[in-house]
Unconditional design. Structure first.
Length: 575
């Protein structure tokens, strides 16, 4: 319980900057709470006026009732509106901070968490926090003040009789503590299962063609239904706890009220107080159960908010990508030097790259060759510091890449991957991604070099055509041309290409290959080679096996050597 309260209070730190809304909301609820004992007093005065047949109050009492309800309504409006404004502002603040944090998290975070779970954690965490801020704060302030004013009023009227209410406080406290512990345990398990369910849904939507093509519909249904059944079972437990809590707490309060009514009807009390006094006292007592019941349920709301907070803070507490670089690359030549590079994935144990050393002169084209899993893509990723690299292992123009700012390093490296990444945006914005202020002429020039304008001119909106999620409205070859055009426009001195023409037909490949050859003449190029045509164009080949460079040289030199590359060439490239 204390842990949940700490998480909830940490969440309330997001109220900074919105204290004025919090104070106005509190003032409104305070006005509402102040009318509670006023309602009891009004009932007392009305009963006395009726008993005494006092006609002089026939004008005063209605006006007093209108005044109380006006004051009550104004307080309700202020409290509710500014509470909602506060909650919406805090949620917006959290969402902005979360998105900003996600953008700067290291690749290791995305390796450890699948996309479905991340999306669920964002949606579920924010949703639970929103309810906790809006409802919990509203109830704590409004009903809390109501209980304080009403208890103060009934103790003022008869403190001995009112002590009966204090007897049920320990029982209610134990009930709240037990229920919140059970709720927390079940809710955490439910969140984990819901994250798995979201991932199954995401995979189905993203891979629906494969699911159908391989006839795996029943398998995916089984995965999804299994998770849904688990969520259903856990949700029933939560609903059972919530449903039982309200009537049990009401019964406890009713027992206390019954004790008061029993004592109230004793001869000594009836002789001591007038009917108006007793009705006013009973009215105040009758107004208490609703507020106490709602306050006792706040523990569940705070618990739910605490779980949401744990989800959100679980992301916000993830360490950001480290960048200790201070040097900004200005017009780099593109010289690469790798010295005894050794790499193990964060949180991993297996050595992925070992004793990698090579030098690439400015404007030279080097091809990485090897079987799948030999470490080619990992090596390419490290050149733009996707993962942390130990000092004095990778240099650009003689500068350790750890001393270069990440923004400067990545601005001077362009990557074209075999797995194309496009956004649900226009062609123009996809090509100019990262620098949307570039002139339209530059975008069109890059598209023409990538031989993409020939199909873009046939689109109704030209370069302003929205291409859908990851370019789903385009063919594979068209998507790859957009990706290549983006690299052309970036005009970086270092180019890393993972067989950028693999999805193109022969005619398009021939055209783009010519454009790429013109591009790489003045750039340092690292190519992950999958085709013989790429190998033949490279100045040198780096042959990789089990995370090591086992051979190095030109295509012909390595063939003459009759070593590992010669065997690889015979098995994979000569066909």
């Amino acid at each position: 319980m204390l842990e949940s309260i700490r998480s909830y209070f940490r969440l309330l730190q997001f109220l900074n900057g919105y204290w004025w809304a919090f104070l106005l909301s509190t003032l409104g609820f305070l006005m509402f709470a102040a009318t509670q004992p006023a309602m009891a007093k009004l009932m007392e005065v009305m009963i006395e006026a009726i008993q005494q047949k006092d006609t002089d109050k026939r004008l005063v009492l209605p006006l007093l009732a209108i005044g109380i309800f006006f004051f009550r309504g104004l307080g309700t409006f202020m409290g509710t509106f500014y509470n909602s404004y506060l909650a919406a502002s805090v949620i917006r603040k959290i969402q902005k901070q979360l998105f900003d944090h996600l953008i700067h998290l290291p690749a290791d975070f995305y390796d450890r968490h699948n996309q479905g779970q991340i999306m669920h954690r964002l949606g579920s965490g924010v949703g639970q926090i929103q309810g906790a801020i809006t409802s919990a704060l509203k109830i704590v302030i409004r009903e809390g003040f109501s209980v304080i004013f009403l208890v103060g009023w009934i103790f003022y009227l008869n403190w001995r009789l009112s002590l009966t209410f204090l007897a049920v406080a320990p029982v209610l406290a134990y009930l709240v503590s037990y229920v919140t512990r059970r709720f927390k345990k079940i809710a955490r398990s439910n969140e984990r299962i819901l994250g798995q369910t979201s991932q199954v849904s995401k995979e189905l939507i993203g891979n629906h063609a494969i699911v159908r093509g391989f006839g795996a519909e029943d398998y995916e249904k089984h995965r999804y239904y299994k998770n849904l059944d688990q969520v259903f079972a856990q949700s029933l437990k939560l609903r059972r706890i919530t449903a039982l809590f309200s009537p049990v707490s009401q019964l406890i309060i009713a027992i206390a009220m019954s004790g008061i009514i029993y004592l109230l009807l004793s001869p000594s009390i009836l002789d001591q107080y007038s009917t108006g006094d007793l009705v006013g006292y009973l009215t105040a007592i009758a107004l208490l159960p609703k507020s106490i019941r709602q306050l006792s349920g706040v523990g569940l709301m705070i618990q739910q908010g605490a779980i949401g907070s744990e989800i959100i803070f679980g992301i916000l507490d993830e360490p950001l990508e480290e960048d200790h670089g201070t040097i900004v690359l200005a017009n780099p030549r593109g010289e690469l030097q790798v010295s005894k590079l050794r790499f193990t994935y964060p949180r991993g144990e297996r050595v992925v790259l070992s004793d990698i050393s090579f030098h690439v002169s400015p404007g030279e084209m080097v091809a990485l060759v090897g079987k799948s899993g030999s470490g080619k893509s990992t090596l390419a990723d490290l050149l733009c510091r996707k993962y942390p690299v130990e000092e004095s292992q990778v240099f650009i123009d003689g500068v350790d890449i750890n001393e270069i700012t990440l923004e400067s390093l990545r601005r001077n490296v362009a990557m074209v991957n075999q797995n194309i990444a496009l956004f649900d945006d226009t062609i123009r914005n996809n090509v100019a991604y990262g620098d949307l202020d570039v002139p339209e002429t530059a975008v069109i020039d890059a598209l023409e070099k990538a031989y993409a304008m020939e199909f873009i001119n046939e689109l109704p909106d030209g370069i302003d055509t929205v291409i859908g999620e990851n370019g789903l409205k385009l063919s594979g070859g068209q998507r790859q041309r957009i990706s290549i055009a983006r690299a052309f426009l970036k005009n970086a001195p270092i180019l890393i290409m993972d067989e950028a023409t693999s999805a193109l037909d022969n005619e398009s490949e021939a055209r783009i290959t010519q454009a790429i050859e013109e591009l790489v003449e003045t750039r340092t190029t690292i190519v992950i080679a999958h085709r013989l045509s790429t190998i033949l164009k490279a100045n040198r080949l780096l042959v990789m096996k089990d995370g090591k460079i086992v051979e190095m040289g030109t295509h012909q030199q390595l063939l003459d050597k009759r070593g590992f590359y010669s065997q690889l060439y015979q098995s994979e490239f000569s066909s």
